[in-house]
Design a protein around this ligand. Structure first.
Ligand code: AN7
Length: 379
């Protein structure tokens, strides 16, 4: 009897392993494929273990904000260190299904890192167009490590995306930017996870906005769970751009976008209208934060919460701190609200920014007196 039970358990386990390449975490396609219309019986359930990321409660910023509950969705814990893996796994699975041999994207860095990784895993070529001099070192290192063909375009992200779109129309390469609908379908699963974990949708979702795909995808996920009656409410979508790259806030494209947050240095977002729809349908807002506010939030997250994210991710926390100081009229007091901030990418992607702030490295002689003195332990 026991042996039989063990045998059954083993065979269930075997089929689970056979169905997904990530037996430990399942992966986005395995866990949520039935909620992604394009995923069918012929879609390969590839995975690098993306999704199922931690939702971590705030210990300190919570008090500063004065809300009921504050959580960070640690999308930096995805396999390539950013939320992009959720959408990339779907886009690459569909590219495999349609027998594409190569992927193409324009990127401020994270999309290219993700595309390069999944392409390497699936035996596809990856071509990535990056804006000259404007991509964080760690992200470039990822694309290099995975063997992507990297084209350093003498222009900004918007130039690179325009070129990528044109090339994909004329050549047999799968465009895996978020203009590819499979990307947003994969990214919406992060909203599902938040509801699955909390038992309902939060009241407010704070999220950085660059090309505006992610805010669009989260909104879609929350709406779908609401319609399926898995959630009883939908959050207000609170999107944050960097002041020097805030086209949606100022209502027109920005020719020369600037920000310390290189990931969201985007002047003409592809999902502009969809992001506005998410904002308006949810009763939310899209506003801007300055580079100083971004860096302040970046330091606070690292030093008060133990979360080392990249500057673009800190933009939404900067936005939350700003909003908490002046929430505006006509909305519920924050003290009743459950809030989630989406921490989109890992701090290790951009070591230069961390080291450029206030590096506290002291050089010492290799003897105990010198080290103890430098530690400040002498009386
Ligand atoms: C860490 O990789 O656009 O508003 O090319 O890397 O969906 O664009 C990255 C964007 C936020 C903004 N946080 O998300 C790219 C790219 C991080 C990011 C965003 C990005 P979207």
């Amino acid at each position: 009897m026991r042996r039989l039970r063990r045998k059954l358990k083993n065979s269930a386990r075997m089929s689970y392993i056979a169905e997904t390449e990530s037996p430990s975490r399942g992966g986005v396609l395995h866990r949520y494929g039935d909620r992604i219309p394009d995923v069918g019986p012929n879609t390969p359930l590839i995975s690098l273990g993306e999704g199922d990321t931690p939702l971590v409660r705030s210990r300190r910023l919570h008090d500063q904000v004065g809300c009921r509950e504050l959580y960070f969705k640690l999308e930096m814990c995805n396999p390539t260190g950013s939320f992009k893996d959720r959408g990339m796994v779907v886009a690459v699975a569909k590219a495999l299904e349609s027998e594409s041999k190569a992927l193409l994207c324009a990127s401020t860095g994270n999309t290219s890192a993700s595309a390069a990784a999944y392409a390497a895993r699936c035996g596809l070529d990856a071509y990535v167009l990056v804006p000259h001099g404007n991509i964080a070192r760690g992200k470039l290192a990822q694309a290099v490590a995975h063997g992507a063909r990297i084209l350093d375009v003498r222009g900004n992200f918007d130039d690179a995306l325009r070129l990528a779109r044109l090339i994909s129309e004329q050549h047999p390469v799968a465009l895996v930017n978020s203009v590819n609908p499979d990307r947003l379908e994969g990214q919406k699963t992060a909203a599902f996870e938040i509801v699955d974990t909390l038992g309902d949708a939060p009241d407010l979702l704070f999220i950085p906005v660059g090309n505006a795909g992610n805010i669009t995808a989260y909104w879609r996920g929350f709406v779908e769970y609401y319609r399926a009656e898995i959630a009883t409410k939908k959050p207000r979508m609170m999107g944050w751009q960097a002041e020097g790259a805030a086209p949606i806030v100022i209502g027109k494209p920005v020719d020369n976008p600037q920000s310390v947050a290189s990931a969201i240095r985007i002047g003409n977002p592809a999902s502009w209208r969809l992001a506005e729809a998410a904002r308006d349908e949810s009763g939310g807002e899209i506003n801007a934060v300055s580079d100083d506010e971004i860096i302040e939030a970046y330091r606070l997250l690292a030093r008060e919460e133990g979360i080392f994210c990249e500057p673009a991710s800190a933009a939404c926390v900067a936005g939350l701190l700003k909003y908490a100081r002046n929430p505006g009229t006509g909305h519920s007091s924050l003290s009743t609200q459950i809030i989630v901030c989406v921490i989109t990418g890992h701090g290790l992607k951009d070591p230069e920014t961390a080291l450029g702030i206030d590096s506290e490295v002291r050089e010492v002689e290799p003897n105990i007196e010198a080290v103890v003195e430098a530690m400040g332990l002498t009386t």
